[in-house]
Design a protein around this ligand. Structure first.
Ligand code: I3S
Length: 128
């Protein structure tokens, strides 16, 4: 049988490196602090890990490494936000709790894929 024949393990939708900064916490504006994050979209959550390149290779394992933070996508809002940064290819993700993140990649096709994939999850959750 397949590894997830009971359907209880959330589906891994996407993973990769993006530049990230949090710009608000609970609606309160924060100072930007851009950094590279390993971003994993799994189930209804976007999960952030330290950039594995900044760690010793052996210390990073997807199953054993502790996320830095995670975001519940239910009710979240997603917008292109090039006006919020001097960087190109930026979108903003806002959670229901008023946490706001900018995510960015130098590669346009890559950021478009992330935008579309996250948007699909948000839209699916909106319909539930
Ligand atoms: O939107 P801002 O405030 O101009 O964002 C820039 C600053 O946060 C800057 O940090 P300091 O003001 O602490 O030096 C960052 O280094 C920049 O990366 C921020 O702007 P971008 O345009 O990169 O999002």
């Amino acid at each position: 049988s397949s590894p997830d024949s009971d359907g209880c393990t959330p589906e891994l939708e996407k993973a990769g490196l993006l530049n990230k900064t949090k710009i608000a916490e609970g609606g309160r504006k924060l100072r930007k602090n851009w950094g590279s994050s390993w971003v994993v979209l799994v189930g209804n959550s976007l999960v952030f890990y330290k950039d594995p390149k900044s760690q010793s290779p052996s210390s990073w394992k997807p199953g054993s490494s502790r996320p830095e933070s995670s975001v519940d996508l239910r009710g979240a809002q997603l917008h292109w936000a090039n006006e919020l940064s001097s960087k190109k290819n930026v979108f903003k993700l806002r959670t229901v709790t008023g946490n706001e993140f900018l995510l960015q990649s130098e590669t346009e096709s890559l950021i478009r894929e992330w935008y579309n994939t996250i948007k699909n999850v948000i839209d699916r959750l909106d319909r539930e």
